[in-house]
Design a binder for this molecule. Structure first.
Ligand code: RTP
Length: 155
């Protein structure tokens, strides 16, 4: 009998309102796509302040919490779920350090952002947060399971 394959790792990635407004969403998607990760969920929405507060509940005690929630709900956000081996940890690597002044060139924040309060993208920081954030932003039926088979489309 065939062993059941372990479910592939998934992470939650959001392009924040500044990333959407600055027109870098395709660039961000390209970097995850070209690495070889698979997009299994995507939508655009304007989160309410209450919803933003839930997303950032871990930071409730921080002085920037209110401003951060106001910012996340200030415009459209692209919410995504990406799948692949090591996608949580490597996704954070693609994104770069929280403060774009400290993120390396070659990372998304290093190349495309300058300020910590406007760092254009969010990525889950571990398996537990990934699970919670995916459940907060997506209904199970909004996530798609499919096999990548590029050969089929190349003649
Ligand atoms: P994210 O969750 O957005 O991927 O960011 P992160 O894990 O790298 O950083 P975290 O400490 O969780 O902070 C979440 C977001 O809060 C904003 N922030 N502002 N001093 C400040 O004004 C300040 N510090 C953090 C950033 O936008 C950060 O992404």
């Amino acid at each position: 009998q065939e062993a059941l394959a372990a479910p592939m790792e998934r992470t939650f990635i959001a392009i924040k309102p500044d990333g959407v407004q600055r027109g870098v969403m395709s660039e961000i998607i390209t970097r995850f796509e070209r690495k070889g990760f698979k997009l299994v969920g995507i939508k655009i929405m304007i989160p309410s302040k209450d919803f933003a507060g839930k997303h950032y509940h871990d930071l409730k005690e921080r002085p920037f919490y209110k401003g951060l929630c106001n910012f996340l709900s200030s415009g459209p956000v692209i919410a995504m779920v990406w799948e692949g081996e090591g996608v949580i940890r490597y996704g954070r690597k693609l994104i770069g350090a929280t403060d774009p002044q400290k993120s390396e060139p070659g990372t998304i924040r290093g190349d495309l952002a300058v300020s910590v309060g406007r760092n254009i993208i969010h990525g889950s920081d571990g398996p537990e947060t990934a699970k919670d954030e995916i459940a907060l932003w997506f209904k199970p039926e909004e996530l798609v399971t499919y096999t990548s088979n590029a050969e089929k489309w190349i003649y």
